[in-house]
Design a protein around this ligand. Structure first.
Ligand code: CAA
Length: 381
């Protein structure tokens, strides 16, 4: 067993760490005020971070999956907002085209997405189809060389900012379940596609989350992704991998909570000594650091499996389940250690606390991760 990054992965870690400290950290307050981090994404594109795992022939950096996870992890320690923008852009915004697209679709879209000229988004969730994704109602009817889309999607991360949207719609009304669903690449500005309200969220203030409505939106037939009826499997297969990205985002939050809490506890003196020397606080920190370490190995083990091309659905769900719980627990404890200061916006743990919660909800709630894990356990018996 090898519990070490390769030289290339270590270089990635160092580069992203420096970038996050120098460029993202000074931008955090602007994101907190609701600004979408366009200038940051432009710099990330220059560094090749918008297409880390995309092969060079399609404009990417051609690096391994572990390197991608390192980038999400390190970025999220400083800004979970930038972490989720990158994760959604890559794993569910770009990869469906890379893995299921035709050569023409890859040339047309993946190259631009990988170079950061385009931003990607993923439209699965609907008002009455959240966890129960296969009950989605958006329809796509073939008319000649086009599909006409009608329906609405909610909670679309990167919505309104993205240039391409992977949209899931029902092409076969006779087929109520997952087999009647197809996937489409829909370009920004498609007539009939409208961007609705921005959600006012608890956290991740710099990331955009919107409703998208399709009213007789015409999509060229060549933008069908995969075959008709394959859409649900495309969604699930990409979520399997996407969940490792969200797990890495949660890991970043969990570790950041430990780092901030340790630094504060060393400085803060009460009853004549730093609070880190007081057992009540020291034990909290020990538990937080231990949980973050455990989350780290679940996340990197899932990423390693993915990098080897091995099945990783169960491990991805376990990593997301545990890392998101750890992010939340550690953020709560960090606020507690900061005391009254932790409840103010003057210290970063208040933001981590708000940012952590969503990691237990999007890309499949913790309850959905338990369903996925338990289904794998059933298959194994
Ligand atoms: N890979 C490939 N195919 C899969 C699969 C996978 N991981 N999981 C299921 N399938 C296939 C099944 O084989 C089955 O195929 P057949 O009909 O041919 O047999 C089909 O899909 C239906 O499978 P199930 O009956 O198991 O489906 P289900 O209704 O029980 O749902 C679920 C499974 C795991 C609960 C799924 O609905 C799910 O993941 N729900 C959560 C949705 C979700 O994660 N949404 C996230 C939105 S994106 C987002 O959040 C991005 C963001 O903003 C950050």
């Amino acid at each position: 067993m090898e519990f070490r990054f390769t030289e290339e992965q270590e270089m990635m870690r160092q580069m992203v760490r420096e970038f996050a400290a120098a460029e993202i950290a000074p931008f955090v307050e602007r994101m907190e005020q609701g600004e979408f981090p366009r200038p940051i994404l432009a710099k990330m594109a220059e560094l090749g971070l918008m297409g880390i795992t995309v092969p060079e022939q399609y404009g990417g950096a051609g690096m391994d999956f572990v390197s991608y996870i390192i980038a999400i992890h390190e970025i999220s320690k400083v800004s979970p907002t930038v972490g989720v923008i990158l994760s959604v852009h890559t794993s569910v915004g770009t990869n469906p085209i890379l893995y299921f697209g035709t050569e023409e679709q890859k040339q047309k879209y993946v190259t631009k997405l990988a170079r950061g000229e385009y931003l990607g988004a993923f439209c699965l969730t609907e008002p009455s189809a959240g966890s129960d994704a296969k009950s989605l109602k958006t329809k796509a009817v073939r008319r000649g060389d086009r599909y006409v889309l009608n329906g609405s999607k909610i909670f679309i991360t990167n919505g309104g900012e993205a240039d391409t949207y992977i949209v899931f719609a029902r092409t076969n009304p006779e087929e109520a379940g997952s087999r009647g669903i197809s996937a489409f690449i829909v370009e920004k500005g498609t007539p009939g596609m409208s961007i609705g309200k921005d959600e006012k969220k608890m956290g991740l203030h710099g990331s955009r989350t919107v409703t998208i409505t399709f009213e007789d939106a015409e999509v060229p037939a060549e933008n069908l992704l995969g075959q008709e009826g394959e859409g649900f499997k495309i969604a699930m297969a990409n979520l399997d991998v996407g969940r490792i990205g969200i797990a890495a985002q949660a890991l970043g939050i969990a570790e950041a909570a430990v780092e901030h809490a340790v630094a504060y506890a060393k400085e803060r003196v009460q009853f004549g000594k730093p609070i880190i020397e007081q057992q009540g606080v020291a034990f909290k920190l020990a538990d937080m650091a231990t949980a973050a370490e455990a989350a780290k190995w679940l996340v990197y083990r899932a990423a390693w499996l993915r990098a080897q091309g091995l099945p990783c659905g169960k491990e991805a769900s376990m990593a997301k389940l545990f890392a998101s719980q750890t992010a939340m627990d550690n953020a709560i404890e960090a606020v507690q250690i900061f005391g009254g200061n932790g409840y103010t916006k003057d210290y970063p743990v208040e933001r981590l606390f708000r940012d952590a919660k969503i990691t237990q909800i999007y890309e499949g709630t913790s309850e959905i991760q338990r369903i996925v894990i338990s289904k794998h356990l059933c298959q194994a018996c």
